[in-house]
Structure formats: structure tokens, C-alpha cells
Design a protein around this ligand. Structure first.
Ligand code: SF4
Ligand code: SF4
Length: 402
């Protein structure tokens, strides 16, 4: 008797459909290989929010009894494969009903595999991914994070490529033939997607990761209140008034001390303080009260509170004053204004490196402005990408009278 468990760690809303397709594809492939399988979501009973990390799971077992045994758990305590469909989640995962930051490889079993879609190298990714006290393997699919919305789907074959890669990682449970058959028959499948699955199988990059490799930082955590510390009834304390900064010349709003929103972020704003005209719009419009008012009347986005929504970039009236840049380009959450104040020429070089690098700015949530999705697809084609197949519900839908 044997079983195989995997989790798909994804960005809520943007990748909800992608994660569901991957997990259902695993189950379908398992059935084609004569095994049993089930797919389920960690947040099946709660709404999702844009970018908040979320998880889906798939379990494959040799027998129905063994599958039922595994289904009895609320969520798996460990998984053979962690699939991460956005490499900025390598910095850690914080979500509803979790407490503090979970390393992306936390549930991966010793000698299990962390499968990531990324354009970064394994060494670059390991600067963010926390160290683990057991060796594991990293598998890389060369791809940009596939983002869309709740009602649209980006047909860039990511689901087929992940399934092809899984056939290489777990050949005992998912043979390549079974995966190809499942991809061909799924309502979102096609012959072209079968080719993509095969290519991912052939091209998968793999390496082992030792216990000495990875980000040595201790993940952010906090003490949960004890039952005797809880107040009567259900009450949520209001956020207190903020504090003055530098003798009242500036102002720091109070923020939720427990929920650090930076794991929600796939991009962050980079601010050119020399261009700022102090119009206050970013400060007023930021949905997360991220901006500190500095003593010189500028606005400094606090990177522990920023969820990366891009509203500040959208409302700033000055051209190129705020630029959203891929979260993968940053190693800490330090204040940009402090950096600018201490050494302006150095800040200019740092800022230029971030906003002029194509790999840092070519990323999006797909919703920052009207027509952005079309622009992105055009850019992909110009950079040598392949044309995507027809959208929802997929090439096979007509034949299946869907
Ligand atoms: S991206 Fe800008 S508007 Fe959005 S949370 Fe961050 S600082 Fe606020
Ligand atoms: S919106 Fe732009 S110009 Fe206005 S205060 Fe913010 S950074 Fe400065």
C-alpha cells in the first residue's frame, strides 16, 4: 500500500482556477493509472482575497481504503510534493487561520520535492526560501507566474506543464502516459497541451537542497492568546490612533501588529522621492494605511504592511514617481525613505536598478489598468512566447458539448 500527497500553494483569486485544474488533473491522471485520488481546498468554506496565499491538496492512493484513511484528516501534515505556482511565495506564506509566516517548504517531507514555476535560478530562489532541517529536492519549471482573475483563465499551459513535471517526480503514481491521457481528455485539455506536458517532463530541472542551504532568517511568528486571556463575547479592538514621528514632524499610523501583509505581495512600490509633489493621494488611497508621513512631508510605504495592490502607482499623478516592481527583486522590508535620506545618490542607483530591470517590472496582477492583459500577451509573443490557445472553457469543450 502506498500513497502520494501534494499541495498547491497559490495566490488567492489570481490562481484559484489554476490550482483547481492542477489538483483535478492529478486525480484524473491517477485514475488513468488505475489509482484512486481526491482533490480538495484548504479554504473551501471561506472566501479568498486577491493575492492572499492559499492551498489546494491532492492525494493519490493505491486503494480506496488508503485514500479514505488519508481523507480523514483536516489537512495533510506533510506532503511529498509542494507545488508553488508563484516564486514570490518562496519568501513564506501567511494566510487566514495560520499564525505567522510558514516557510514554503514547511510541509515538504524529507527528500520530498518543492516544484516551482520561476524564471529565477535555484540559487537565487534559495536566498528567499527558508532553510529546512532535512534535505529535499527542488524542481524548476521555467515559467512566469500565471495570474488571472476569478472569472478569466490564462491559457498558458501552466497546468499541463505542472502535470508533466509531476510524472517525472512521482512516476510510480502518475505515469507520463496517464498524465497525457488525462490532459487530452480534460475539458480544458488539447493535443497542444499534451505536447506541453511532455516538454515539461523532458525539460524539468532538478537539484537537491542540503540543510545548510536557504534563507537562515527565523520566520515571523507571534504568541497566540491563551483561552484565559480572551475577552467575553466576540469583540474586535479598534486600531488605535497612530504615533508622531520625530517630535511630531511626521506621523506613523497604527497597524495590525499580527498580520504582516507582505506575503500577499507579488509586487511592491518603489518611490522616487525626488519626483514626489506631496499631493497626498497615495497616502489617502492606500487601502492598507501603509504610508508613514515623513518629517519632510513625503510618504514612505511601510513594507511590512503593503499588500502590493498597486493603487498608489495608479493614483500618483507624477509620471514614474511610483513604480511597481517584482517582489523577487528585494531582500528585506527596509524603509525606502530612510535609504533615500541617508544617501541620495546611492538610493538613485538602487532605485534605477530595480525599476529599469525588465525582469523586475515585467510582472503584474493582471488588473492594474484596462487592456493590460492584452498588452501582456502581446509582449509575451514579442519576447518569443507561443500563442495561447482559446480561452475558457478550452479546446476540448466543443467536442464534449460543454
Ligand atoms: S501597493 Fe501601494 S496602495 Fe497598495 S498596499 Fe502597497 S503601498 Fe498601499
Ligand atoms: S501620489 Fe505620488 S506625488 Fe502624490 S504624494 Fe504620493 S508619491 Fe508623492
Amino acid at each position: 500500500m502506498a500513497h502520494f500527497t501534494c499541495e498547491v500553494v497559490y495566490r488567492g483569486i489570481f490562481q484559484k482556477n489554476l490550482a483547481a485544474r492542477i489538483c483535478r488533473g492529478i486525480v484524473l491522471s491517477a485514475r488513468k493509472a488505475g489509482r484512486w485520488g481526491i482533490a480538495f481546498g484548504r479554504y473551501g468554506d471561506s472566501p479568498q482575497r486577491n493575492g492572499i496565499p492559499a492551498k489546494d491538496f491532492a492525494i493519490v492512493a493505491d486503494t480506496q481504503e488508503e485514500l479514505e484513511q488519508n481523507m480523514a484528516r483536516y489537512e495533510p501534515k506533510e506532503v511529498d510534493v509542494t507545488i508553488c505556482v508563484d516564486d514570490t511565495l518562496g519568501k513564506g506564506v501567511e494566510s487566514w487561520a495560520w499564525y505567522g509566516l510558514q516557510p514554503i517548504n514547511r510541509l515538504t517531507v524529507p527528500n520530498g520535492t518543492l516544484l516551482i514555476t520561476s524564471l529565477q535560478s535555484a540559487d537565487e530562489l534559495l536566498k528567499d526560501i527558508h532553510k529546512k532541517d532535512a534535505p529535499y529536492n527542488m524542481a524548476l519549471i521555467r515559467a512566469k507566474a500565471s495570474f488571472s482573475g476569478l472569472w478569466v483563465y490564462k491559457e498558458d499551459h501552466t497546468e499541463a506543464r505542472i502535470l508533466g513535471a509531476l510524472a517525472k517526480i512521482q512516476p510510480t503514481f502518475l505515469s507520463l502516459d496517464a498524465v497525457c491521457q488525462a490532459v487530452k481528455e480534460a475539458e480544458w485539455g488539447s493535443d497542444l497541451k499534451v505536447q506541453s506536458a511532455r516538454k515539461a517532463y523532458e525539460r524539468l530541472e532538478r537539484r537537491s537542497v542540503t540543510i545548510t542551504e536557504g534563507n537562515p532568517e527565523t520566520p515571523y511568528a507571534f504568541e497566540k492568546p491563551k483561552w484565559w486571556e480572551m475577552r467575553e463575547g466576540v469583540s474586535i479592538p479598534a486600531i488605535p490612533v497612530g504615533k508622531p514621528m520625530e517630535g511630531g514632524k511626521g506621523y506613523v499610523p497604527e497597524r495590525n501588529p499580527y498580520f504582516k501583509k507582505f506575503t500577499t505581495r507579488t509586487m511592491r512600490p518603489v518611490i522616487d522621492f525626488d519626483k514626489c509633489v506631496k499631493c497626498t493621494l497615495c497616502w489617502i488611497q492606500c487601502p492598507d494605511s501603509c504610508f508613514d508621513v515623513t518629517p519632510d512631508g513625503l510618504y514612505d510605504a511601510n513594507m511590512e504592511a503593503c499588500c502590493g495592490c498597486g493603487v498608489c502607482e495608479a493614483v500618483c499623478p507624477v509620471k514614474d514617481c511610483i513604480t511597481m516592481v517584482s517582489e523577487a527583486a528585494f531582500e528585506d522590508n527596509a524603509s525606502q525613505w530612510e535609504m533615500w535620506r541617508q544617501d541620495k545618490p546611492k538610493y538613485l542607483t538602487w532605485m534605477g536598478d530595480k525599476i529599469n530591470s525588465k525582469s523586475h517590472v515585467v510582472r503584474s496582477h493582471g488588473f492594474r489598468f484596462r487592456g493590460q492583459y492584452e498588452e501582456e500577451i502581446k509582449q509575451d509573443l514579442e519576447q518569443g512566447g507561443v500563442a495561447i490557445t482559446a480561452g475558457i472553457p478550452g479546446e476540448n469543450a466543443e467536442a464534449k458539448t460543454l
